[in-house]
Design a binder for this molecule. Structure first.
Ligand SMILES: [Zn+2]
Ligand SMILES: [Zn+2]
Length: 334
């Protein structure tokens, strides 16, 4: 059989269909591969350019700090003073709206009509507890970690880590926090520990930003601080990576407790649901909840339907209305 006869045979009937489909798949796959390679190369190149520019400025700033501060002072500033300032700055932003009756962020409330305005007595108790956790509980733990990082050989001097090292170390910290926070948080939901420790944090069934570390010292150490500070220790991260990681974690925890699903920002629905329902969404990024199936009811909820980042000011309201209509329709039917 000549090659043309063979091709003719292959193009007929089922084999022909298979041949055409395989050919299309190969063409499509190859084109997709080329597009992805080109895209990933250009994205990496763009990110690297940005990183070099930012990195140069960072290096200049870091050099200045190194010349004027001792390693301990630099660590104290980067891992303790700035995170506390960030906590209160970002927390106060949401608190400003929490204290008003008809604030302009009202339409973005995750749990409408809760904390509108926030109970001032409850808020004052919360602020005192948070200040105590930051001033008394966090301080020795932070300093303990300074010596642990030194022992581990984590660099505090120039050169700053490469773009690749930064991404890898951040990725590790994110995953490690997810695992450690998930299990420590689940342990806190065992009835004995819940009654003894974690119930305090859950007094806010509709949380607010500044209540992110409203809890007993034991919880603050084991469930808030250790999952964040241990990742950089294990991976031997440069202090600059550790600082950025701590800032990201602080901003994230304020945001997911804020009670506001503001457009252009990540969704806080998952942790808000944890405060609302108590028994689901124990993790940070959702990976461990997915693996353990502790997000089943959340995935069937209206809150999950809204659980995404919005890119227009009206999109969120439209989705809320749509979800409400859906719920009302189900209620009318049943
Ligand atoms: Zn909890
Ligand atoms: Zn919480």
């Amino acid at each position: 059989m000549s090659s043309e006869q063979l091709l003719g045979f292959l193009r007929r009937g089922k084999l022909g269909e298979f041949h055409n489909a395989a050919k299309a798949a190969v063409y499509f796959g190859a084109s997709l591969f080329v597009v992805l390679v080109v895209l990933s190369n250009s994205i990496t190149a763009v990110l690297k350019t940005i990183w070099c520019d930012v990195g140069n400025n960072w290096a200049v700033g870091w050099e200045y700090l190194e010349q004027h501060l001792s390693p301990l002072q630099l660590y104290f500033l980067g891992s303790y003073v700035i995170p506390i300032c960030l906590y209160w700055l970002y927390g106060s932003f949401y608190l400003y709206f929490d204290l008003q009756e008809n604030s302009m962020l009202r339409r973005y409330k995750v749990q409408p009509e809760k904390n509108e305005p926030v109970d001032r007595e409850k808020l004052w108790v919360c602020i005192k507890t948070v200040l105590f956790n930051q001033a008394v509980v966090s301080l020795p733990i932070s300093f303990g970690f300074y010596y642990l990082y030194q022992w581990r050989g984590c660099s505090m001097t120039l050169p700053l880590p490469s773009f690749k090292a930064f991404l890898c170390q951040m990725g590790f910290c994110i995953l490690f926090e997810e695992i450690l926070f998930y299990y420590s948080h689940r342990i806190l939901h065992i009835p004995f520990f819940y009654r003894l420790i974690h119930k305090k944090h859950h007094q806010w069934t509709a949380p607010i930003g500044v209540a992110a570390v409203y809890c007993y010292p034991a919880e603050h150490i084991f469930s808030n601080m250790l999952p964040i500070l241990t990742g950089p220790l294990i991976v031997g991260a440069h202090a600059a990576v550790t600082f950025v990681w701590i800032y990201m974690a602080i901003l994230n925890t304020i945001h997911v407790h804020s009670g506001y699903h503001v457009p252009f920002l990540p969704s806080p629905q998952s942790h808000d649901w944890h405060h609302y329902r108590f028994n689901e969404n124990f993790g940070v990024i959702g990976l461990m909840d997915y693996l353990h199936g502790t997000d089943t009811y959340f995935k069937q909820s209206d809150q999950f339907y809204r659980h995404r980042t919005y890119f227009s000011l009206d999109e969120y309201s439209a989705r809320v209305q749509k979800a409400e209509k859906k719920t009302n329709a189900v209620l009318t039917k049943s």
